[in-house]
Design a protein around this ligand. Structure first.
Ligand code: PMP
Ligand code: GLU
Length: 397
């Protein structure tokens, strides 16, 4: 059907890219539905079912009629549970008024960019970055300032590069540790160096800590506001249940911020979406307050897979990969297999050809602002990973 000219899109849509991770997952899903034997290592979604006791809490909420509007910022029990859980793990004092529960952490990010950024403001985003950051910042009218990191530096933002990127327009730094897409985890000392620059330059810091419980080899996952006294006054922590409790479809995420900003984001959300799903909120309370052995079990399984993936990728000639300390992604260097006379010229072409020739779905590094790399998720069974890595090795060979 034709579309009338009056439905021309708003200017803000002109540069909006759809989520590359979700697009690749949809493509792999369509191939699977058509009977193709695809190994999908594209989307970052735990492959475990949501733990039984959490599902039961969702069912109990429905049975008890908890199916109506809730307060826009979330039910008190969930805001309290988030505050208590974060306070226990970080050692910081947090009140429920500092917590805003949203429809996934992606929505939390949208809320905070919308509430804080004006046209022309700059946000420093180290590359490689998770696909949605740059688009959500642009939607808020601000400008993502992409600061490159290198595989030699384990894809970590270097203090000098951060300092050099600060201008009078800079409003905030966006950090993600453990990182999507690289899996690297900043140490306390590395974060302290960045915190000191943020304080000196009077910047806000958004710390995406959605993978904070998925760290390997006994690493410590440091919450950004704990690094320096008073840092919490300029920090916003973003997290949620999607990854920790394998609850991606329930759509519950949150921010922890100073209370005045939280209040503003609550007002914004009350006009935008009202409350996050009532049933999901009750399930999230059960996730945070119930037994936590499911978290440990999933983390241990991811660590075994991480070992398998690193070992196998390092055996492929020319493929380089940094130390993976957390999350469930391997972000590897494919530059040595690009631009051979008949080979793919870009990471997008590399992923396309891998999908066509070997039926393995991955995501091109360019979607994360890092051409020459590819991201594979290891949130898949060991059997699938081993088969996928056989195919990747054959493809590169
Ligand atoms: N931040 C990061 C770094 C992520 O990988 C994701 C995964 N989608 C999100 C935020 C958003 O998660 P969700 O919206 O499922 O809570
Ligand atoms: N964060 C996951 C990923 O990067 C889920 C997909 C998305 O939300 O874009 O694959």
């Amino acid at each position: 059907m034709d579309q009338a000219a009056c439905l021309r899109l708003a200017n803000r849509m002109a540069s909006l890219e759809p989520s590359a991770t979700l697009a690749m997952a949809a493509r792999a899903g369509a191939m699977k539905a058509a009977g193709v034997d695809v190994i999908d290592l594209s989307v970052g979604e735990p492959d475990f079912p949501t733990p039984e006791h959490i599902c039961r809490a969702g069912e109990a909420a429905i049975a008890a009629g908890k199916t109506k509007y809730t307060p826009a910022a979330g039910i008190p029990a969930l805001r309290e549970a988030v505050a208590a859980d974060y306070a226990r793990r970080s050692g910081l004092e947090v009140t429920p008024a500092q917590v805003i529960v949203s429809n996934g952490a992606k929505h939390s990010l949208h809320n905070l960019f919308t509430a804080l950024l004006n046209d022309g403001d700059e946000v420093i985003v180290p590359t490689p970055y998770w696909v949605s950051y740059a688009e959500l910042i642009k939607l808020a009218g601000a400008r993502p300032v992409l600061v490159e990191t290198t595989i030699e530096d384990d894809f970590k933002l270097q203090p000098a590069a951060f300092e050099a990127a600060v201008t009078p327009q800079t409003r905030m730094l966006l950090l993600c540790s453990p990182s999507n897409p690289t899996g690297v985890v900043y140490t306390r000392a590395e974060l302290e160096a960045l915190a000191d620059i943020a304080i000196a330059a009077d910047l806000a810091v958004v710390s995406d800590e959605i993978y904070d419980q998925l760290v390997f080899d006994g690493r410590e996952s440091v919450s950004f506001p704990t690094l320096r006294p008073g840092l919490a006054a300029r920090s916003i922590v973003v997290a949620g249940v999607s990854k920790t409790y394998s609850m991606t479809g329930w759509r519950i995420g949150w921010t922890i911020s100073p209370a005045p900003l939280a209040k503003a984001m609550g007002s914004l959300q009350s006009q935008e979406t009202s409350n996050p799903c009532s049933v999901s909120q009750h399930a999230a309370v059960a996730a945070l307050t119930g037994p936590q052995d499911c978290v440990t079990a999933m983390r241990d399984a991811f660590q075994v897979r991480r070992d398998l993936v690193i070992d196998r990728l390092r055996q492929i000639p020319g493929v380089k990969i940094p130390e993976i300390g957390g999350a469930f992604y391997a972000f590897f260097d494919i530059r040595s297999s690009l631009r051979k006379p008949v080979g793919p010229a870009t990471s997008v072409a590399w992923c396309e050809q891998l999908l066509e020739q070997e039926q393995v779905a991955t995501v091109a590094g360019s979607a994360f602002g890092a051409e020459g790399y590819v991201r594979m998720s290891f949130a898949a069974s060991e059997e699938k990973l081993a088969a996928g890595l056989d195919r990747i090795a054959r493809f590169v060979g």
